[in-house]
Every structure is written in C-alpha cells, then in structure tokens.
Ligand binder design. Structure first.
Ligand SMILES: [Zn+2]
Length: 117
C-alpha cells in the first residue's frame, strides 16, 4: 500500500507543477529513494500506471533510482556503501561504523513535452 500512496503524491505533485508551468504533457518523472524508504519497483510502476490512467500523467515514464546508504568507519574514517551481507569497513574490516541517514523518497526531476512541438 505504501507504493499507492507514494504514486498518488507523485502524480499530485506533477499535476501541480504542470499547472504552475502552464505545461500540459508530462513525459517522464524520476524519483529516488534510500534503502529503507525504498519502494518495490514493479509494484510502484503498476500503482503509478493505474493512478495515472485518468490524469495528465497517463502514459508517463517513471524512473526509480535507489540511493545507497553511506556509512563512515569509526576506525579509519573511510566512507563506504552499506552492504547488509558484508557489514564491515572495506578498508580496515572494522565492524564499528556509523550508518548515515537514509535518503527520503524524493522527486528528482520531471520532464515535460516541449510546448512548441
Ligand atoms: Zn575502516
């Protein structure tokens, strides 16, 4: 159900943005999310298409970018991507590290069709 809510809010944002810019045809939206705010790509695509059906967003492309979670090693200070299967610093193998803040789900970019075309 999380995906449906996310899809709804994305479409709402696109609709507002389109009105604000006076553009009618959004083509593509890019969203990004962190590891823990992640959405399931397939479920998200389906939810988006379903909700977009009766809106100006019908037929739009949805791109989902998954951002890695960055950790900082407390022993040597190295920054690395968190890997649940290897939760240790790749440089010094220390398991004492700080996990960075997870990225929230945000809209990175919305592409509209050029109105002059
Ligand atoms: Zn280290």
């Amino acid at each position: 159900m999380h995906e449906t809510m996310v899809a709804e809010s994305i479409i709402e944002t696109i609709t507002e943005k389109a009105a604000e810019l006076g553009l009618k045809k959004p083509l593509k939206v890019t969203i990004s999310c962190g590891k823990f705010n992640a959405v399931n790509d397939e479920v998200m695509q389906f939810a988006f298409e379903t909700i977009a059906e009766n809106t100006i967003c019908k037929g739009m492309q949805l791109e989902i970018i998954h951002k890695p979670l960055i950790c900082t090693c407390k022993a040597c200070g190295k920054k690395f991507e968190f890997d649940i299967y290897k939760p240790a610093c790749p440089a010094c193998k220390s398991e004492d590290f700080q996990i960075g803040k997870d990225q929230e789900l945000i809209i990175e970019n919305i592409e509209f069709q050029d109105p002059s075309k």
